[in-house]
Design a protein around this ligand. Structure first.
Ligand SMILES: [Zn+2]
Length: 286
């Protein structure tokens, strides 16, 4: 298993426990997200850019399957410069939460374009946002339709955009259609199933994803929103087991299940560059 959504809680630095905890539940790797930018509401303690970058790189150093993501505020004045430095230091991708701006904000779009040109993926928060502010409206799936205009951007919407899961699936269909028509230049959407979805919605959401009839077996990824420095093994194990049971009972093959629990992360990261043929979503006209 590769967990596509793991946070850092403190700036203390790497702890060996994480790897041990992961392997205890058949996990081999993770996308590890840096501490948040100073503008984000949980940032009681505000760390400078370079400290956040060094911290997440240190966490992933010498570990083949630990992938450092830098949590970027695209409206920060130095955002483009930060991306440049992050890429030169070996960052694997970026995490962004649109908490006070729409993804279509002009400055943000310029930043996304720059990231796409660097060949790096973006993991966006999507869905209801628990930050005590009026911010969820920026995170509805359709707000991300603007990313169609950014060639080759690989991006994921986290949490299956709960509670707007249907909207997220419809948006996926839109991106799938565009990608199938123009695979070399289109943006490609991934879905990160990090809960998100409360338990009673889980079966419904996973079944909808895999039975909707869209070609998405290469684009869905398992994640947990847990902390690397306090990995919640019993909780992660519970979600792993539940998801697996749902996928098996939905008739997915072992290969499809392996993709969900890890292989698709490698495609999202751009490590696996094998060309995937995608079927156009069916419509009366084709
Ligand atoms: Zn998260």
């Amino acid at each position: 298993m590769i967990d596509c959504h793991v946070h850092l809680k403190t700036a203390v630095g790497r702890e060996t426990d994480f790897k041990v905890n992961l392997s205890g539940i058949c996990g081999q790797g993770a996308i590890i997200l840096s501490l948040p930018p100073a503008t984000f509401f949980t940032s009681r303690q505000k760390y400078p850019f370079i400290q956040r970058l060094n911290n997440v790189l240190e966490w992933c150093k010498d570990e083949k399957d630990f992938y450092p993501f830098f949590w970027l505020d695209p409206l920060e004045e130095e955002a483009l410069k930060q991306i440049e430095i992050c890429c030169s230091r070996g960052i694997a991708g970026f995490k962004i939460i649109c908490d006070r701006f729409s993804p279509s904000h002009e400055t943000a779009m310029e930043v996304f374009r720059f990231i796409a040109a660097k060949g790096k993926p973006v993991l966006f928060h999507s869905g209801i946002l628990w930050d005590g502010k009026v911010s969820s409206k920026y995170n509805r799936p359709l707000e991300f339709e603007c990313l169609l205009e950014i060639p080759k951007l690989r991006f994921a919407l986290a949490h299956v955009s709960w509670p707007w899961c249907d909207e997220a699936i419809a948006l996926y269909g839109k991106f799938l259609n565009a990608f199938a028509l123009n695979p070399k230049n289109s943006a490609e959407m991934f879905i990160d199933t990090t809960p998100g979805t409360p338990v009673i919605y889980r079966q419904e959401v996973l079944e909808k994803l895999y039975k909707v009839g869209y070609d998405l077996e290469n684009n869905v990824m398992f994640g947990t929103d847990s902390y690397a420095d306090e990995y919640n093994c019993p909780w992660v194990e519970e979600w792993l087991a539940r998801d697996k049971e749902i996928l098996v009972s939905s008739g997915l093959s072992d290969e499809q299940i392996d993709k969900y629990f890890g292989d698709n992360v490698r495609r999202f990261l751009g490590i696996d560059q094998s060309v995937i043929e995608k079927k156009l979503p069916l419509a009366g006209l084709n």
